[in-house]
Design a protein around this ligand. Structure first.
Ligand code: F6R
Length: 248
């Protein structure tokens, strides 16, 4: 399989990381209003969502026709839980823009059967075809995950129920009030769903991303660093702050 060198942009200031990342979404939706866009949650893209919501409030952009797919959702989790990705997307982005509910898709953390829900989500992704743009974060430390594709995930993986790695579990515990509330698994788009996007950007901030960023850009491609499969894609841009780039 052909291996590509990703574009790498490094900024001193986190706000410039956010600006650059949001410019990809704005340019995409500006040039094709009915774009299909895949989105992440987590701490990293919060600044980007603020800038995108601001651009909408200032009348610079409309998301009315865009189709949004999320990468993942914990399972099981109530949509009303402040720790769910459903809640996160609504409060940080969707409720602040003009996107109709019918154009936004997130795996259902309330589904009875996570395997069936994964299959349904995968069919929905297939129905809409490839994403025009996918925005990613990267997992902390040695996880190098994208979505919740943890170590061991293969490049042909599809949407499925997965168990979180211990490192992901420990890192994300801070997003839950009580340990008992945190699910041990999630529904995630697979690596093949992610690679089936015309363009991909990956945003990383902070020193706990530095090992993964270097491993993924300069190491071998393999299931022990799932984000390394991004090097099979011809149009990937890594958008990094200084700390995340310090081991390159
Ligand atoms: C979340 C997701 C994950 C996160 C990653 C980084 O939807 O897909 O891969 O992007 O765990 O999370 P933060 O940004 O909290 O460091």
């Amino acid at each position: 399989m052909k291996i590509y060198s990703p574009n790498v942009k490094i900024f001193d200031d986190d706000s410039d990381v956010d600006k650059y990342a949001s410019s990809f979404v704005i340019n995409q939706v500006g040039s094709k209003p009915y774009s299909v866009i895949t989105l992440p949650t987590g701490s990293t893209p919060l600044g980007m969502y603020t800038l995108l919501s601001d651009a909408y409030s200032e009348g610079k952009i409309s998301f009315r026709f865009s189709i949004f797919f999320n990468l993942d959702e914990y399972w099981p989790i109530k949509k009303s839980s402040p720790s769910s990705y459903y809640y996160y997307m609504n409060t940080n982005f969707f409720n602040k823009i003009d996107s109709p509910c019918s154009n936004r898709f997130i795996p259902n953390g309330e589904a009875n059967d996570p395997n069936l829900e994964s299959e349904k989500y995968n069919n929905l992704l297939d129905k809409y075809g490839e994403s025009d743009l996918t925005v990613l974060g990267i997992g902390p430390g040695k996880t190098a995950h994208i979505g919740f594709n943890e170590v061991g995930s293969d490049y042909n993986s599809k949407t499925r129920y997965v168990l979180l790695s211990q490192e992901t579990y420990n890192t994300n515990l801070k997003f839950f009030n009580k340990k008992e509330d945190m699910p041990i698994g999630a529904i995630t788009q697979g690596i093949s769903n992610i690679l089936n996007s015309k363009k991909i950007i990956l945003i990383a901030k902070g020193a706990n991303k530095a090992w993964g960023i270097n491993r993924v850009i300069n190491g071998h491609i393999g299931t022990d660093a799932p984000a390394s499969f991004l090097r099979y894609h011809p149009d990937v841009t890594f958008i990094l702050d200084k700390d995340a780039s310090e081991m390159l």
